[in-house]
Unconditional design. Structure first.
Length: 114
């Protein structure tokens, strides 16, 4: 199983970015899929979740600004991040759990700074 993440970068406050995470060897649409992030000096935190049924959930700090989604045809998961704030600066990780095992993508750095 491989999760290939992309989409990090430098963005100004108020800007937007979209993370992508493409899977091989597993199927996002039948898994529980998540995005995590880890800010400098802090513990990794859960940002967004989409379940097998398609239900979504978000950390309070990103509600209304971030959106998790999947493209089943491409077996790819996304995290759309809008109205970014400096406190969103972190390494972002995609994650999937197939009921037996869990898998992480490589981290992608997002820096929100003017």
């Amino acid at each position: 199983v491989q999760l290939q993440a992309s989409g990090g970068g430098l963005v100004q406050p108020g800007g937007s970015l979209r993370h992508s995470c493409a899977a091989s060897g597993t199927i996002f649409s039948i898994n529980n899929d998540r995005w995590y992030r880890q800010a400098p000096g802090k513990q990794r935190e859960l940002v967004a979740t989409v379940t097998r049924s398609g239900s979504t959930n978000y950390a309070d700090s990103v509600k209304g600004r971030f959106a998790i989604s999947r493209d089943n045809a491409k077996n790819t998961m996304y995290l759309q991040m809008n109205n970014l704030k400096p406190e969103d600066t972190a390494v972002y990780y995609c994650y999937t759990w197939d009921g037996r095992s869990f898998y992480w993508g490589q981290g992608t750095l997002v820096t929100v700074s003017s």
